[in-house]
Design a protein around this ligand. Structure first.
Ligand code: NDP
Length: 245
């Protein structure tokens, strides 16, 4: 069980993997700020669910690609709870197309949310996280798999992995770890939307455990890295994918 005064911001936590991470961290004793872009109803519902289970949470609307909105989110969390100990950079979008067919909008939107969004929160966390804190960035196993049509998406996450290792060193002396979790196919809107049942079944069998990941599979990995047992892991990318790569 974590110190009850520890505060975690989880970006993109209104649904999918981020919601599972927020719920798990609240269960582990963190006070959680549930960031989201537009889905207020789902974020508020998650706060109520966490509170009903005895946890502490608030909603924190902010488009992570907007540095001023991210600053307001940190300000609000610090004002409400006195400081921030954990940042989980989970907010992300995925748009797939072969490079030949990728337009500027596909490139710019994913760069804005996945890379600039992560940069915006990392920069503030580097300045303001309390000593002993933890940072976890969400990458993807596609950085290793190199599947066709994932070019721009995987490129944003490869850049996130690069910043993960570098920030872990820049925070020398602060007792803050910085790691990434790189899921494989996980049953959320982001993965399932727009795919045929046949393609989903085929991708589920790409790992030797022969199933899709669940949001709680990924939340378990994040909980390890931000919890008491993960303190010696720093600057690493943990692929959570059932052994796909
Ligand atoms: P979902 O699409 O299910 O959920 C995305 C979440 O991100 C929502 O809470 C959404 O908020 C939020 N979000 C989107 N854009 C922004 C923004 N600009 N600012 C703030 N929040 C935003 O995604 P997943 O749960 O599947 O993915 C979570 C992370 O895991 C992503 O980084 C993704 O790249 C990564 N990942 C996912 C895999 C998968 O197979 N699912 C595999 C590998 C990595 P709102 O509800 O308000 O729109």
């Amino acid at each position: 069980m974590t110190n009850p005064n520890q505060v975690a911001i989880v970006t993109g936590a209104s649904r999918g993997i981020g919601a599972a991470i927020a719920e798990r961290l609240a269960r582990d004793g963190f006070t959680v700020a549930i960031n989201y872009a537009g889905n207020t109803a789902e974020a508020e519902q998650l706060v109520r669910k966490i509170e009903a289970a005895g946890g502490r949470a608030i909603t924190a609307q902010a488009d992570v690609s907007d540095p001023e909105a991210v600053t307001r989110m940190f300000d609000a969390a610090e004002a409400a709870f006195g400081g921030v100990d954990v940042l989980v950079n989970n907010a992300g979008i995925m748009k797939l197309a072969p490079l030949a067919d990728s337009d500027d909008g596909l490139f710019e939107s994913q760069m804005a949310v996945n890379l600039k969004g992560t940069f915006n929160t990392l920069r503030l966390a580097a300045r303001r996280l309390r000593s002993g804190g933890r940072i976890v960035n969400l990458s993807t196993s596609v950085v290793g798999l190199k599947l066709e049509s994932y070019g721009v998406y995987a490129a944003t996450k490869a850049a996130v992995e690069a910043m993960t290792g570098i920030l872990s060193k820049e925070l020398r002396g602060r007792s803050i770890t910085v790691n990434a979790v790189a899921p494989g196919p996980t049953a959320t809107d982001l993965f399932l939307n727009g795919k045929s049942d046949e393609l989903i079944a085929r991708m589920a069998k790409m790992n030797p455990l022969e199933r899709l990941g669940t949001p709680s599979d990924i939340a378990n990995a994040v909980a390890f890295l931000v919890g008491p047992d993960g303190g010696w892991i720093n600057g690493q990318v943990l692929r959570a994918n059932g052994g796909m790569i």
